[in-house]
Design a protein around this ligand. Structure first.
Ligand code: ATP
Length: 212
């Protein structure tokens, strides 16, 4: 995503794909305009935040009219769809890793998992969801300049050492699905998704803040 030149705050930039998916659906269903209230209901972001976010995109909603769906769609396309596909590697072809390989992400945006890595002999040399699985020993051989993102679905105990190798290979972003808290240089973007913590936190909120 190239939002640097637009001076969009990071929190807003993170919501872009969410908006984009919804606007694409609206466009496909033939809708010409959408209000911030409708958007808010659909993407579950409050409408004041939506109005502020959209003002960064140069989209000015009119009272009683809403936002122009065509304008928004072309803005999101320009901003989110790069000409070239972002190439991704996945490390750790376990349950979660296998699910990602089968899903791949090409349908949603221009990212593609090119290669996967594991250390188990039975997995090395296979293909999962069209993605070849190589031995982690060979990681450096496959890490060309074109690979900018890595998804980590390995056991937590090995996550940091693999991260260090990825950093040496020039990775730009890491999506960490392990519970490990990873250290990376400031120049590298690290997003952490701990599914167990997310689930626990959901259960906690359900128990402690039941819906009225
Ligand atoms: P998941 O946690 O994805 O559900 P799992 O329970 O099947 O997976 P884990 O033990 O978490 O298995 O390991 C995930 C995958 O990471 C396995 O396929 C395992 O072989 C692989 N793996 C373990 N150590 C390494 C390593 N050092 N480098 C690369 N892959 C590894």
């Amino acid at each position: 995503m190239n939002t640097e030149h637009l001076k969009i705050p990071q929190a807003t930039a993170k919501r872009l794909p969410l908006y984009y998916r919804f606007i694409k659906n609206l466009y496909a269903s033939g809708k010409q305009r959408v209000s911030s209230a409708e958007l808010s209901e659909a993407v579950k972001v409050d409408s004041a935040t939506i109005r502020r976010d959209f003002s960064y995109f140069g989209a000015l909603g009119k009272k009683g009219y809403g936002y122009n769906v065509n304008y928004l769609l072309s803005f999101f396309r320009k901003t989110l769809d790069q000409d070239e596909v972002t190439k991704v590697v996945l490390i750790g072809v376990g349950n979660l890793g296998t699910a990602f390989l089968n899903y791949n992400f090409i349908k949603n945006n221009n990212t593609k998992i090119e290669y996967a890595f594991d250390v188990i002999e039975d997995k090395v040399g296979t293909t999962v969801g069209d993605v070849p699985v190589y031995h982690l020993n060979d990681l450096e051989d496959y890490m060309t300049d074109e690979i900018s993102v890595a998804i980590l679905t390995v056991p937590a105990t090995v996550a940091q050492q693999i991260t260090d190798r990825l950093v040496r290979c020039g990775i730009k972003g890491i999506l960490n699905f392990t519970p490990a808290r990873l250290n990376v240089p400031d120049s590298i973007r690290l997003h952490h998704i701990d599914l167990a913590v997310e689930l626990q936190s959901l259960v906690y909120f359900l128990k402690n803040y039941p819906a009225e």
